[in-house]
Ligand binder design. Structure first.
Ligand code: GCO
Length: 255
């Protein structure tokens, strides 16, 4: 018997950027806890493959391919959910990109692209989800931050600013939506073994720095975010709001 506090049965979760990486891992974890997953990504073929694989694993999954940076696409996607009678009970704002370059060499267009994808999309999708969650009197919003929600690293300024914004957007969501039965929280992953970090993982000096700087002396695995995601998606967190849980092997806790 699953513990009701962590049971997502009957709930639908939209996880942006969930055809691969951290989003896919969290989607599978939420599905294993009973949720139906709306798998999102910009690549419809990759989304369809992820849905097929999740269904083969016995999970409830459907495709929701749309570009999170397009307000028109987001509004249309939620109109489609409404028309299909789909209620998004849990929103995981995970979609994000990285772009590494010193600020003095950074084109404004590249800055804007990272901000649009990693921060503005979380606001737009959060707004569309919250309109409907408020009407239903309940909802869970989980924004995916980063270690850079708290500390800066050179050459990743737009990502750092966006993820710092994610932390404060989460608190702003709590300020406005908590009274409507919505819990808005964030997860701050540490250095995780993902495609986005492949260049860093393969860099011996950076790999050594991560392992030396992290008390756990290793990179994190995407599936290690599942516990925090299920907790923040489940009744167990009904009195938790505006918080960020760092899943970082202890990196932020020590000098
Ligand atoms: C970087 C990395 C980091 C990690 C993660 C750390 O270039 O420093 O991409 O940003 O991905 O966000 O929490």
């Amino acid at each position: 018997m699953t513990n009701r506090l962590f049971d997502l049965t009957g709930r639908t979760a939209l996880v942006t950027g969930s055809s691969r990486g951290l989003g896919r891992a969290m989607a599978e974890g939420l599905a294993a806890a009973g949720a139906r997953i709306l798998v999102n990504g910009t690549d419809a073929e990759r989304v369809a493959t992820a849905v097929k694989e999740m269904r083969q694993a016995g999970h409830e999954a459907d495709a929701a391919p749309f570009d999170v940076t397009s307000e028109d696409a987001v509004v249309k996607a939620f109109a489609g959910f409404d028309a299909a009678g789909i209620a998004v009970d849990i929103l995981v704002n995970n979609a994000g990109i990285q772009f590494r370059k010193p600020m003095v060499e950074l084109a404004t267009a590249d800055w804007q692209r990272v901000i649009d994808t990693n921060l503005t999309s979380a606001f737009v999708i959060g707004r569309e989800a919250a309109k409907r969650m408020i009407a239903r009197g309940h909802g869970k919003v989980i924004n995916i931050g980063s270690l850079t929600s708290a500390l800066a690293r050179a050459t990743v300024a737009p990502y750092t600013v966006a993820k710092g914004g994610i932390k404060m957007l989460t608190q702003a969501m709590a300020a406005e939506w908590a009274e409507h039965g919505i819990q808005a929280n964030a997860i701050g992953p540490g250095y995780m073994l993902t495609d986005m970090n492949q260049a860093l993982i393969e860099n011996p000096a950076f790999d050594a720095w991560v392992k030396g700087r992290t008390p756990s002396k290793r990179w994190g695995k995407p599936e290690e975010l599942i516990g925090a995601a299920v907790f923040l998606a489940a009744p167990a967190s009904d009195y938790v709001n505006g918080q960020i849980i760092y899943v970082d092997g202890g990196m932020l806790a020590v000098l």
